[in-house]
Design a protein around this ligand. Sequence first.
Ligand SMILES: Nc1ncnc2c1ncn2[C@@H]1O[C@H](COP(=O)(O)OP(=O)(O)O)[C@@H](O)[C@H]1O
Ligand SMILES: [Mg+2]
Length: 285
Amino acid sequence: MSDRNNATAALADVAAEPGVAKPDPLLVADNVQRSFGGLHAVDVDHLEIQRGAITALIGPNGAGKTTLFNVLTGFDRGGSGDWRFEGKKMSRLPAHRVAHRGMVRTFQLTKALSRLTVLENLQLGATEQRGEAMFASVVRPLWRRQERAIIERADALLARFRLDHLRDEFAGTLSGGQRKLLELARALMVQPRMLMLDEPMAGVNPALTQSLLEHITDLRDEGTTICFVEHDMDMVMGTSDWVVCLAEGQVIAEGPPQAIGSNPAVIDAYLGKQHGAPPAEELTS
Ligand SMILES: Nc1ncnc2c1ncn2[C@@H]1O[C@H](COP(=O)(O)OP(=O)(O)O)[C@@H](O)[C@H]1O
Ligand SMILES: [Mg+2]
């Protein structure tokens, strides 16, 4: 049985209902809320993310997907609620502590620093996500050993993503798709247990999209839990083991990909907000 089948099979008996319990949840979130003025951007009663699976987070533009990622990963600390990762409370931890626990995200708009080289971006990813201060550089021998390990890991990731020939180029010279790969590589510098990818495929050409998808499924097959935001329903159907649909901040539907495509609440949500969302016929095809 392939890993996708394993991950999908583990969820086979789970009811397609918002907030449903999973057999082996890595992340469990309760009452997650984030408002901007009077707008309830996120208002999630209960959500569980199954370990070892690829969960797609879908929903029309403005549904609150990015905000939910921001709150759960500690980049936005203006929210409230309780969430646990591996059974341990993670709510209200700052981003670097969240990353240290093993939950790492990428951004909808890539954060690659264009005036640093590709390698330097990865080095920065390793230290930034561990929340290390520059004083570490004072502790020379230890620092050097760490630095070597970081460079080795960076080189391995660059080879894996076929970016090795760009190692010493400025990140600013990379194509949009290559930046997405760099962003993924940077997130992997800390060997996360869970990857949160915000529109990893946006702006990536079809050839690179295929390779990104393969990297994502490979990571799942190696045991990484993945949650990704995606608009392209073909991508969602082709990759995910489970789909969660957000609308106006709330989970309005979740279930296996096939069930979600024909879910009336999901179709309604997309019809209600045409803004850049996939047309409804894409959902039912
Ligand atoms: N920093 C912010 N200040 C005010 N409103 C925001 C902010 N961030 C997001 N929003 C609003 O919250 C809602 C959810 O946005 P977002 O999470 O980006 O949605 P999605 O990622 O699903 O497209 C939108 O209405 C958006 O305008
Ligand atoms: Mg978004």
